[in-house]
Write a protein that binds this ligand. Structure first.
Ligand code: TPP
Ligand code: MG
Length: 334
């Protein structure tokens, strides 16, 4: 298989970084596949939105960050936490609603945060995380550090007022923020082309006087290269960048949607096929083998170890206690 990656970009990435990105993607993929199975078995309370298909974005961008940089996520956020170095056990326990979870079982899939790794939180309100990242960028700038703040959000969120206000303020104050739009071409069941009259969300950057970059969101190394440049610019004090990652969901909007869609098809004709063909894990697997960075057998061993890590996370979650009724009103701000 000839690589479907941007070779020029790929060759500017050091082999150890390539493999680091591969491991991040693999951890996300195996975690998410297991979450999909658990949901189908009725073992998880609440909705889950899987990140399968978009792993290149979170993994590529987070590999360009330092541990003390910040990220803010969305309702589709498991992949961002893992990409930033999150703990699978505490994540899985949170999905099960257990007391050992990241938010003591009170946040669930859409509200995982881990301040120790700079993960300031996910957000079930579409577009709700974007201004938080601007606040984190303002804080870094005010404190005189060179930390960078990244907000991931969808194409749907790019039509929210919070997106526009955030780009404007970050631009005016020259804040160290990366606005990373994961354009998977749908907001729930509505194709983006029916929700906006432009094809490229990156164009909106012009309206706020900041760079807008289009990247292949199925190419992990191209994502890394684009993020590396935007991060360097932000650290130099030159302000924010809007990165539009053209990507896909491999599955539905939320797990279990077939039950209420009752056979209705909403995916565009070629898009579903493209989502399969541009699987970021398959593409990076082919690349690392072709380049001789690692053997197929070594990748298989890595996969087995990752599956084991996921299995241990499930076991940890299953055997953890439920939160007690007395703690119901703790950790609330009222
Ligand atoms: C403010 C707000 N409006 C509507 C919803 C319902 N909703 C949840 S996810 C979603 C689609 C978001 O689309 P996009 O931003 O493209 O993210 P994606 O799901 O494609 O990753 C909508 C409309 C919500 N959670 N918050
Ligand atoms: Mg979308």
């Amino acid at each position: 298989m000839t690589t479907l990656l941007d070779v020029a970009a790929a060759q500017s990435v050091a082999p150890e970084v390539v493999m680091d990105i591969y491991r991040r993607i693999l951890r996300i993929r195996r975690f998410e596949e297991q979450v999909g199975k658990l949901f189908a078995q009725g073992q998880l309370p609440g909705f889950v939105h899987l990140y399968i298909g978009a792993e290149a974005v979170g993994a590529g961008v987070c590999a360009a960050l330092r541990d003390d940089d910040y990220i803010i996520s969305t309702h589709r956020g498991h992949g961002h936490v893992i990409a930033k170095g999150g703990d699978m056990k505490r994540m899985m326990a949170e999905l099960f609603g257990k007391v050992t979870g990241y938010c003591k079982g009170k946040g669930g899939s859409m509200h995982i945060a881990d301040f120790e790794i700079g993960m300031l939180g996910a957000c079930g309100i579409v577009g709700g995380g974007i201004p938080v990242a601007v606040g984190a960028g303002l804080s870094a700038s005010y404190r005189g550090t060179d930390q960078v703040s990244v907000t991931f959000f969808g194409d749907g969120a790019a039509n929210e007022g919070s997106f526009h206000e955030s780009l404007n303020l970050a631009s005016v104050l020259k804040l160290p923020v990366l606005f990373v739009c994961e354009n998977n071409q749908y907001g729930e069941f509505t194709p983006a082309e029916r929700a906006m009259n432009i094809k490229d969300i990156a164009l909106r950057a012009q309206g706020y006087g900041i760079p807008g970059v289009i990247a292949d969101g199925t190419d992990p190394l191209a994502m890394y290269v684009v993020a590396r440049e935007a991060v360097a610019r932000a650290r130099r004090g030159e302000g924010p960048t809007l990165i539009e990652a053209k990507t896909h969901r491999k599955g539905g909007h939320a797990e279990g949607e077939d039950a209420f869609l009752a056979g209705q098809q909403y995916r565009l004709a070629d898009e579903k096929e493209a989502a399969q063909r541009h699987d970021p894990l398959v593409k990076l697997h082919a690349y690392v083998v072709e380049q001789g960075l690692v053997t197929v057998e070594e990748l298989e061993t890595l996969d087995q170890a990752t599956l084991q890590e996921v299995a241990e996370a499930v076991e940890f979650a299953r055997t953890s206690p439920e939160p007690s009724a007395e703690t119901l009103l703790e950790d609330l701000w009222v």
